[in-house]
Design a protein around this ligand. Structure first.
Ligand SMILES: *[C@@H]1O[C@H](CO)[C@@H](O)[C@H](O)[C@H]1NC(C)=O
Length: 416
C-alpha cells in the first residue's frame, strides 16, 4: 500500500520534468530558469486554447489575463526596475491615439530634453505601454537619460489587424514630431528617437521609413533603435528561423501565427508559410529585385549562414499574395523597402540575439541600411534570446536582459 504514493509522485515528477525540459543551445545562460518560464508560457497557451475551444474567451484574451497575472508577481521596488518618483506619468491621446507620456523633472527655463517614441512588442496582439517591463524600462529611460518618452498604446489583434496598428503609430509619431507638441514638452527637435522591440521594432522601422521620406514633415526622427525587430514575412527558413525554431520563447510556429493574425490571413496557411510556399518562384509579383532585398545568402556573414541552404519553392501556393496583400507591403515588412528609402533613414541601433528566430531579420536590415549609407550600430548578444529585455526583474530576471537594457541605454546616451 505504501508503494502507490511513491509511484504516483514519481510519475507526476516525470510528467513535470517532461513538460518543463527542452534542449537549449549551449550559449544560453541560466537554462533552467528559461525552461521554467517557457513551460509557464506553454501552459498559458494550452490553457488559453482549451478555454477558446470550450467557447469561453478568444485565446488572446486569456493570454492577456495570464500575462497580467505574471506581471503581478514581478517585484518592482525602489531599488529595482520601475519606480522612478521623479518621472511624471500621464495617459493622454496624440491625434486620437492613446499614449503614455513619461516626463523627467524639468531642467529650468529654456532647457530642452531628449524625446523618444516607444512602440512595444507582443506580436501585434499582446503587451501594453502601461504594463510590465515596457512601462518599467521607459520610466528608467526617462529618468536616466532626461528624456520625454511617449509610449504608444496602439490597437492590437484580434480587435484590429494591419494596417491599423501601423497607422495608429504613424499618427501618434506625426503628432509628437509637430513643432508645437515638441515645444510643449520642451523636447529638442534635433534629438528625437523612435524605438521598439519585436513587433514594436517592426512598427518603429516602418514608421521611421515613412517619416524619413515624407517631405511635409519639418522635424524627423534623428535616430532609430530596433530591438530584435520583425522585418519580413517572405522567408521563414532563414538560418536563424531554422536554427532557433524550437528555442523559447518565440517558436517559429508562434511567429508565423503572429504574422498571419497581423496580416488578417487565414490561420490555416501556417504550414504553407513554414514551407515558404507563399513566396514560391511562380509568384511573378515577387520580382528578383524584391527577393534580393532579403537574400540572406548575400546579406549574412558566413558566421551566421553556417551550412544552411535556402528553401526556395518552385510552385507553392496559388493566390496567396492576392489573399494576403500585406506580405509585399513595406509598411508591414520594412526589409522590403528599396535602397532609395533606406538611404533617407536615420542612424540606427539594431539589437539582435543569436538564439532568436528573428536574428537574421535584424542582421539583414543592419546590412542593407549600411549599404545604403546609413550609420548602424549592430549589437549582437551571443547568449541572448527573443524577449530577453523584458526579463529584468525578479522572478523573471536574466543577466543577459539586464546587460542588453544597459547597452541600449548607453547607445542612446551617446547617439541621441
Ligand atoms: C507546398 O507546395 C507544394 C507544391 O509546390 C505542395 O506539394 C506542398 O504540399 C505544399 N506544402 C505545404 C506544407 O502545404
Amino acid at each position: 500500500m505504501r508503494l502507490l504514493p511513491v509511484v504516483v509522485t514519481g510519475l507526476l515528477t516525470l510528467a513535470f520534468a517532461y513538460y518543463v525540459y527542452i534542449p537549449l543551445p549551449d550559449a544560453i545562460q541560466e537554462p533552467w530558469k528559461l525552461m521554467m518560464m517557457d513551460a509557464g508560457f506553454r501552459a498559458t497557451m494550452h490553457l488559453a486554447s482549451l478555454k477558446a475551444w470550450l467557447g469561453f474567451d478568444h485565446y488572446i484574451t486569456s493570454i492577456r489575463q495570464s500575462m497580467d497575472g505574471f506581471d503581478g508577481m514581478v517585484k518592482r521596488s525602489e531599488s529595482g526596475a520601475g519606480v522612478m518618483p521623479g518621472v511624471k506619468v500621464s495617459d493622454v491621446t496624440f491625434a486620437g491615439v492613446p499614449v503614455r507620456v513619461y516626463e523627467p523633472p524639468a531642467g529650468g527655463e529654456g532647457h530642452l530634453r531628449r524625446g523618444l517614441m516607444y512602440l512595444h512588442g507582443g506580436g501585434w496582439a499582446l503587451g501594453s505601454a502601461k504594463k510590465g517591463s515596457h512601462d518599467a524600462i521607459n520610466r528608467m529611460l526617462s529618468d536616466e537619460l532626461n528624456t520625454v518618452v511617449v509610449s504608444v498604446e496602439y490597437r492590437l489583434y484580434p480587435e484590429v489587424h494591419f494596417p491599423v496598428p501601423y497607422l495608429d503609430c504613424l499618427a501618434a509619431a506625426k503628432h509628437f514630431l509637430s513643432p508645437e507638441v515638441l515645444a510643449r514638452y520642451a523636447v529638442d527637435p534635433e534629438r528625437v528617437a523612435v524605438a521598439g522591440d519585436s513587433a514594436g521594432g517592426n512598427l518603429a522601422a516602418a514608421v521611421s521609413q515613412e517619416i524619413s521620406t515624407d517631405d511635409t514633415m519639418s522635424v524627423k526622427f534623428s535616430v532609430q533603435a530596433l530591438i530584435y525587430p520583425v522585418l519580413q514575412a517572405l522567408d521563414f527558413n532563414t538560418p536563424s528561423y531554422l536554427q532557433n525554431q524550437y528555442v523559447p520563447i518565440l517558436y517559429r510556429t508562434l511567429m508565423v501565427r503572429f504574422w498571419l493574425q497581423y496580416l488578417g490571413a487565414d490561420l490555416n496557411l501556417e504550414s504553407q508559410f513554414i514551407a515558404n510556399n507563399h513566396s514560391s518562384l511562380h509568384h511573378s509579383k515577387i520580382t528578383p529585385e524584391l527577393r534580393a532585398r532579403l537574400d540572406w545568402t548575400v546579406l549574412l556573414s558566413p558566421k551566421h549562414k553556417k551550412s544552411y541552404k535556402p528553401v526556395i519553392v518552385e510552385k507553392g501556393s496559388e493566390g496567396v499574395l492576392k489573399a494576403v496583400p500585406g506580405l509585399l507591403d513595406v509598411r508591414a515588412a520594412p526589409l522590403l523597402a528599396g535602397p532609395e528609402v533606406l538611404a533617407k533613414c536615420p542612424r540606427a541601433y539594431i539589437l539582435t540575439c543569436e538564439n532568436d528566430v528573428l536574428r537574421d531579420d535584424g542582421l539583414m536590415y543592419a546590412r542593407r541600411l549600411q549599404d545604403a549609407g546609413v550609420t548602424v550600430t549592430s549589437e549582437h548578444y551571443e547568449d541572448g534570446f527573443h524577449g530577453c529585455l523584458s526579463f529584468i526583474a525578479w522572478p523573471f530576471e536574466f543577466d543577459v536582459g539586464k546587460r542588453a537594457v544597459r547597452g541600449y541605454f548607453d547607445w542612446l546616451k551617446n547617439n541621441l
